[in-house]
Design a binder for this molecule. Structure first.
Ligand code: PEP
Ligand code: MN
Length: 339
């Protein structure tokens, strides 16, 4: 960390700051300029307490961290793209996957029909929620454990990989025993207890960006997973809250490019929750592929008008053969391969 002192600071004050740095475990090197003194503090910023607290000292103008707070997620830690296996299906480092499925598991017929349609279109990773984080307590909350049993049956019957969301610590063990990837939804991106528990469950984690988290906060949430033992993290941009009302959320396409640049983790994009309407899903999915995403995550229902949640944004699962034809040239152009 670099500490910048106010102009013409006194030797006694410089010494005082230096002693504080030593007390916090750093090795301070003093650099005296004509007007200002700067103290370069050598020491691992991740294992030592942050010196930013010293900003409270009147003599200090600024404290500048040098190391990123998301070290394990960063490209400095691992230069090459990481590959995460969702069941048998890899994503990252050139492996592209279209992930799709209904917002919620609603019945045996519904999830079987959706999975059959998607598999026919060449999609092998099914995402469906059974613990739904609904804004209103009066809305359909998901089938809970019964939905997990249906997902287990789908996995067995169709040989697909399954992603499902957990919204509470109590659901993690059963979900981890049943599915291939655990999802942390937007509302729980900064629920650090849940992140720690999920990280210890032994399954890859798909981490959605919170609707009001900065990229830095999102990557720090990923760091929680990595530091607590989960090696397989997939990032998911799903749109953020802005002043714009034309779409449900604003898809932050730049965040995808930043996440790809800064981290080695696979990044997927959820155009369904970003757009909030069917008609925008395809163009946003194409934009996601063009900007470097490793796959889109798209909501699909056999009969969207009958859906118990997010009806207006789910695409008919029977239309995915056509959609895949439209996405394939973009995937090819991006230099990625899909099974
Ligand atoms: C979902 O994935 O169905 C969901 C609730 O999305 P988000 O967490 O992005 O709002
Ligand atoms: Mn949904």
């Amino acid at each position: 960390m670099i500490i910048v002192l106010k102009p013409y600071s006194h030797d006694d004050d410089v010494e005082d700051v230096k002693q504080h740095c030593i007390k916090l475990g750093y090795d301070p090197r003093i650099i005296r300029g004509v007007e200002r003194t700067v103290i370069a503090c050598v020491g691992d910023e991740l294992t030592h307490r942050s010196l930013e607290a010293l900003k409270a000292m009147p003599v200090i103008e600024n404290v500048l961290p040098i190391q990123k707070r998301h070290k394990l997620a960063s490209r400095e830690f691992r230069r090459q793209d990481s590959v995460v296996k969702m069941g048998a299906f890899p994503i990252g480092a050139g492996h592209f996957q279209v992930i799709a499925g209904p917002c919620a598991v609603e019945s045996r017929e519904q999830i079987y029909q959706a999975t059959g349609d998607l598999l026919k279109a060449g999609i092998h990773v099914i995402r469906a929620g059974t613990f739904k984080p609904r804004t209103s307590p009066y809305d359909f909350q998901g089938l809970g454990d019964e939905g997990l049993d249906l997902l287990a049956a789908v996995k067995e019957e169709f040989g697909v990989a399954i992603i499902t969301e957990v919204v509470g610590i109590g659901q993690v063990e059963h979900a981890a025993r049943t599915v291939d990837v655990l999802q942390i939804g937007a509302r729980n991106c900064q629920n650090y207890n849940l992140l720690e528990t999920v990280a210890g469950a032994g399954k890859p984690v798909l981490l959605k960006r919170g609707m009001a988290t900065t990229v830095e906060e999102w990557l720090s949430a990923a760091e929680y997973l990595l530091v607590h033992g989960c090696e397989d993290v997939i990032l998911c941009e799903r749109g953020i809250r802005t002043f714009e009302t034309a779409t449900r959320n604003t898809l932050d396409i730049s965040a995808v490019a930043v996440a790809k640049q800064e981290t080695h983790l696979p990044v997927v994009v959820d155009p369904s929750h970003a757009a909030g309407v069917q008609s925008l899903v395809e163009p946003l999915a194409k934009a996601a592929i063009a900007v470097g995403a490793d796959g889109p995550l798209i909501e699909a229902h056999p009969n969207p008008v009958d859906a118990l949640s997010d009806a207006q944004q789910q695409l008919p699962s029977g239309d995915f053969g056509e959609l895949m034809k439209k996405l394939r040239p973009y995937i090819e152009l991006a230099g990625k391969t899909m099974p």
